[in-house]
Design a protein around this ligand. Structure first.
Ligand code: PLP
Length: 283
């Protein structure tokens, strides 16, 4: 039975309970993080914690733990779930109000919940053949930079993509690429990587930053700028990045091949560099 953390206690998953008046349950009033852990070691912990702090600040929620406090809880949850390769998920909500009321309750402690699950790494088939995606109109709110637990639009978009035979929805707003329903998207044209800017329309992905860093370190040219839908449809390669998917090649979009229809050289290089980066964690 997985062990989870709830408001200071480490308990079996099936013993974890929250109030029906919790604002996360009633309103989706909270923020979250997902941290990949390899061989028991977190990847980019400080970056995930910095993003969590920004999410808390953006919704006027006081972060209940500091860096060392979070590191200790994460370490304990990882250890109590036998380490290995895990996705650590945690959320902070604005706590339990006295009644259902939109106004923020005063003097209420936030609810903190953390769990760890096996990291669902890409399959060898996904790595060798790439994945299929479906494009959708981005109809989410205008604060996609906040990692908010209220994910209804993302869920509807992702499910529509799956119902349409894809693994992920590629989102466009006003003719420009934003991101995936649960991932960031970049494109390659003539050997150069292009990534949409980290503004209010996308989540500032930790993997996005890592991929651009790996690019810079290995001399792959890249540019951060707005990417038009037509460029996406004419790309040589399309890349998907996220903490649980790492880097994947999108080889089919809306039933049409992307570039050659096979994972391309920039994907293969970045995949290799990512594996090397991960391997260094255990040394
Ligand atoms: N964009 C969205 C909407 C996401 O939900 C995620 C991750 O879940 C990402 C981008 C990728 O972020 P990260 O690389 O930090 O996992």
């Amino acid at each position: 039975m997985p062990v989870v953390y709830l408001n200071g206690d480490y308990i079996a998953l099936d013993q974890a309970r929250i109030s029906v008046l919790d604002r996360g349950f009633l309103f989706g009033d909270g923020v979250y993080e997902v941290l990949p852990v390899y061989g028991g070691k977190p990847l980019r912990l400080d970056e995930h914690l910095a993003r969590l702090q920004r999410s808390c600040d953006s919704i006027r929620l006081s972060n209940p733990l500091d860096r060392d406090g979070w590191a200790a809880v994460i370490g304990e949850v990882v250890a109590r779930n036998d380490g290995g390769d895990l996705a650590v998920y945690w959320q902070i909500t604005r706590g339990v109000g006295a009644k259902r009321d939109h106004t923020f309750p005063q003097g209420v402690a936030p609810t903190v919940f953390m769990m760890a699950s096996p990291l669902p790494l890409p399959s060898s088939e996904q790595l060798e053949r790439g994945i299929t995606c479906v494009s959708m109109t981005d109809n989410r709110w205008l604060r996609c930079d906040i990692k908010a637990i209220a994910l209804l639009s993302n869920l509807l978009l992702r499910q529509a993509a799956i119902d349409g035979g894809g693994m992920e929805a590629i989102l466009f707003r006003d003719g420009y690429l934003t991101e995936g329903a649960a991932s960031n998207i970049m494109l390659v044209k003539d050997g150069k990587l292009f990534a949409p800017p980290k503004d209010h329309l996308i989540l500032p992905g930790i993997t996005y930053d890592l991929v651009l860093e790996l690019d810079a370190r290995h001399g792959v040219p890249f540019e951060v700028r707005e990417v038009a839908e037509a460029e996406v449809r004419n790309a040589d390669e399309l890349l998907l990045t996220s903490s649980t998917k790492e880097v994947l090649a999108i080889t089919t979009l809306d039933g049409k091949p992307v570039g050659s229809g096979r994972p391309g050289p920039v994907f293969r290089l970045l995949h290799e560099l990512y594996q090397q980066y991960k391997a260094k964690l255990s040394k």
